[in-house]
Design a protein around this ligand. Structure first.
Ligand code: AMP
Length: 178
């Protein structure tokens, strides 16, 4: 959380002309529209918790089977847990798609907390207060960080330093994935 994955994903998807799929944005949109999914998502997001895997996997499988372009897509904030990653692998197998790279944007945790709290002053997001941000970091280490090993084992992990100028980070990612 706070490493700038959304910023990079937006820039890269535009540059590469591929679809940008952010589970966080999809969920925030559902919350705004007050849908059934939105109501469930809100009860997790507001407390800094992850939304249940089955709900997330349903969203992803609908989005990806509906998308027809064969240019590819860029996933932002997904997968967030090992069950999401294995569920996603099953989906990819079924539709004969290949995951080319998993980008791990790295940064010092104190720096990230500082950044999110700064962003929270303007973003209006319900999950950007000090306590919730610390909880999200804790959950990241417990549930999301194991994906680093998972994708390293698949030989597609790309570590990128997430601290620095936005353009430079974009350039570093492009060098690695293109
Ligand atoms: P993000 O915009 O990616 O930082 O996501 C904001 C919040 O949405 C997270 O803290 C989670 O509560 C929820 N969320 C987004 N993506 C996922 C996911 N793949 N799995 C579970 N929860 C998610």
């Amino acid at each position: 959380p706070g490493v700038g994955k959304g910023t990079q994903a937006k820039i890269l998807s535009k540059m590469l002309n591929v679809r940008h799929l952010s589970t966080g944005e999809i969920l925030r949109d559902e919350i705004k529209k007050n849908t059934k999914i939105g109501k469930i998502a809100k009860s997790f997001i507001d407390y800094g918790n992850l939304v249940p895997d089955d709900l997330i996997l349903n969203i992803i499988s609908e989005e990806i089977s509906a998308q027809i372009s064969n240019k590819g897509y860029l996933l932002d904030g997904f997968p967030r847990t090992i069950p999401q990653a294995t569920g996603f692998d099953n989906l990819l197998n079924k539709i004969n798609h290949n995951l080319n790279a998993a980008i791990n944007l790295t940064a010092n945790e104190d720096e990230l907390i500082k950044r999110i709290l700064e962003r929270g002053k303007f973003s209006g997001r319900s999950d950007e207060s000090v306590n919730i941000v610390r909880k999200r970091q804790k959950i990241y280490w417990a549930q999301t960080a194991p994906l680093i090993k998972y994708y390293k084992g698949k030989n597609i992990l790309k570590n990128i330093d997430g601290i620095g100028k936005v353009e430079e980070i974009t350039k570093n990612i492009l060098e690695i994935i293109c």
